[in-house]
Design a protein around this ligand. Structure first.
Ligand code: GLY
Ligand code: MN
Ligand code: MN
Length: 455
């Protein structure tokens, strides 16, 4: 397995890149996530806020990262972002032996400062007293307003105190900016260290899909297949899935976000699995569709090969300068022609192509950015009118996931009804084209059937 951590210097560098974009005498606040109650006194497995994690690498809840752009820094150069006038500060949970016996170890401010490469670190017990001092006198404030209500309330309460404290010499920032667009742009282009993790997340997830194929038998339940997948993730260091796994047999495969995963699997049906591991915060997002009994019927094979051909055509277009519209056109072209050939779409092929008629059965987008979030941040457009799609650049990672969903009520030949198929891979844009990160989850009919024949 490749490297699965990111050096502290990379987190420092990311913070410096943010500082380089901030005006002098400004402050940026990045709150960590809080634990979320599941029921009464139990919590969901903790998931860190991704922008906070991207800049800090810190994994505990309740923390706050503060970046200060000092007023004697020369903003003209990136080097200025390393100026002594700039500071990266973390507020984190205080050490508390009693609480740690019950709820687990805490890093504590002292260790956090040295291990996470920060200028200062404070315990949360000092937040109320210290944060207003950092905010006082700044010209501009950066934070993701609306993200956490409680945090908004705290910030606005401090601003009120500063605004009402002119006599004491306080001043509050007069301009407010959103941190999210800066982070989205940075997160969109992955570093080598991030890509190493994403390759590993894909490898683990691909193995999980293989395991599902070899485990699956008529009579098994969807949740039993899900359990195999989660076991493969967790036993390889990815303790959790990046999103709720979709394990849908038969008609359940036509429900895009089916996560009940409770039905029995029947011979003759297809099973659609959309499942990806989260590794060190990074998501894989892979879908495979295969026959429960190990062999595709003629109708299933015809539709499956159509989806596969459209996926390969879309992936083929991915290179620097290309965009989602070009990839979409390639996929839609194959799907529309194929559905017409099978008699599922009727009429003139020219009109069908013009109207993108395949979208009747391919009812979602072709793909999305992938990274710390499964539907990752990053603007899909490059102009103010939101019309022009941004060209692909090396370092971007996206999914390509065409599908066909023909529900029981569809106006088609009986033999195609109730079939849902999606094939989803994770694609990196490289200098010369692309790299498919999803290398070990079988997807040709021959590879799937031969793996399943070994069960
Ligand atoms: N797994 C969610 C998606 O494919 O977008
Ligand atoms: Mn996806
Ligand atoms: Mn998916």
């Amino acid at each position: 397995m490749t490297k699965t951590h990111i050096d502290v210097s990379e987190f420092q560098n990311r913070r410096h890149r943010i500082l380089a974009q901030m005006p002098v005498n400004s402050i940026a606040l990045f709150p960590a996530a809080k634990e979320v109650t599941r029921s009464r006194d139990t919590e969901f497995l903790f998931c860190q806020e991704k922008d906070f994690f991207y800049l800090s690498g810190f994994h505990e809840p309740d923390a706050l990262l503060v970046l200060i752009k000092g007023d004697d820094a020369d903003t003209a150069s990136d080097v200025a972002a390393n100026s002594d006038a700039n500071e990266c500060i973390l507020f984190c949970r205080d050490k508390d032996p009693q609480a740690e016996v019950w709820h687990g170890r805490r890093v504590g401010p002292e260790v956090a400062q040295s291990e996470f490469g920060l200028e200062h670190a404070y315990g949360l017990s000092e937040l109320e007293q210290v944060l207003p001092l950092y905010l006082n006198g700044r010209d501009a404030l950066y934070f993701a307003q609306g993200q956490f209500k409680e945090f908004d309330d705290m910030v606005f309460a401090i601003l009120d105190i500063l605004r009402n404290g002119v006599k004491q010499g306080f001043t509050a920032p007069v301009s407010m900016h959103d941190t999210r667009p800066m982070l989205a742009e940075m997160r969109l282009i992955k570093s080598d260290a991030e890509l190493a993790i994403m390759r590993s997340a894909n490898e683990i997830s691909g193995n999980a899909h293989q395991r599902a194929m070899t485990f699956c038998q008529p009579g098994k339940f969807e949740y039993q297949v899900e359990a195999e997948i989660l076991h493969e993730f967790a036993s390889n260091g990815a303790r959790t899935a990046a999103y709720g796994s979709i394990v849908g047999g038969g008609e359940n495969a036509t429900i895009l976000h089916y996560t009940d995963n409770q039905d029995v699997l029947l011979d003759g049906e297809l099973l659609l699995i959309d499942a990806g591991a989260e590794l060190c915060g990074y998501a894989a997002d892979i879908t495979r569709t295969f026959p429960v009994g190990g062999t595709f019927s003629a109708e299933q094979a015809a539709l499956y090969n159509l989806v596969l051909e459209s996926q390969l055509a879309a992936i083929e277009t991915i290179k620097p300068g290309s965009n989602f519209a070009i990839a979409n056109e390639a996929a839609n072209n194959v799907l529309t022609r194929g559905l017409h050939r099978l008699g599922i779409l009727k009429g003139s092929i020219e009109t069908l192509l013009e109207e993108n008629a395949c979208k009747q059965y391919f009812i979602h987008g072709l793909g999305h950015w992938l990274g710390l979030d499964v539907h990752d941040v990053g603007d899909y457009h490059m102009d103010e009118n939101r019309r022009q799609l941004r060209p692909f650049e090396p370092g971007m990672v996206m999914t390509i996931e065409p599908g066909l969903y023909i529900d029981a009520d569809a106006d088609v030949d009986e033999r195609y009804k109730g079939i849902g198929i999606r094939i989803e891979d994770n694609i990196l844009v490289t200098e010369n084209g692309h790299e498919n990160l999803t290398v070990n989850a079988p997807k040709t009919i021959a590879d799937i059937e031969s793996l399943m024949a070994k069960r």
